[in-house]
Design a protein around this ligand. Structure first.
Ligand SMILES: [Zn+2]
Ligand SMILES: [Zn+2]
Length: 118
């Protein structure tokens, strides 16, 4: 197949095509960034919904005999025989840590398990 277009001209066409493509991509990216920013703001708002007091109070508190984990909120290891709250998703936190957390956000800080809200 013989092309009637000279290599120089072909290169120019390619360059123009690339420029067009980049312009297009930039335009799409602006839109995408706006959408993502809006989405993350909405997400932040919904994260800051506190769990209901009754759901916090109904959480199971148990004494840890031989704790192997640490509390993911204060990052301190559970001490022997200390009391911890067990979330329905089976994640453990200090009673006071998770109670304080759930008054700010109804999500489990580890797995985003959702606690009931008003
Ligand atoms: Zn803690
Ligand atoms: Zn969890």
């Amino acid at each position: 197949m013989v092309s009637s277009v000279s290599p120089e001209c072909n290169q120019l066409n390619v360059a123009i095509a690339v420029m067009h493509k980049h312009n297009h991509i930039r335009f799409v990216n602006d839109d995408t960034i706006n959408a993502v920013m809006q989405h993350s703001m909405e997400e932040r708002d919904s994260t800051m919904v506190p769990a209901t007091d009754s759901s916090i109070n109904s959480l199971e508190s148990k004494t840890l005999d031989c704790p192997i984990e640490s509390c993911s909120i204060c990052l301190e290891e559970f001490s022997n025989g200390c009391k911890a709250t067990c979330m329905p998703c089976s994640h453990l936190f200090h009673n006071s840590c998770i109670a304080e957390w759930l008054r700010t956000s109804h999500y489990c800080p580890l797995c985003r398990f959702e606690m009931p809200t008003d």
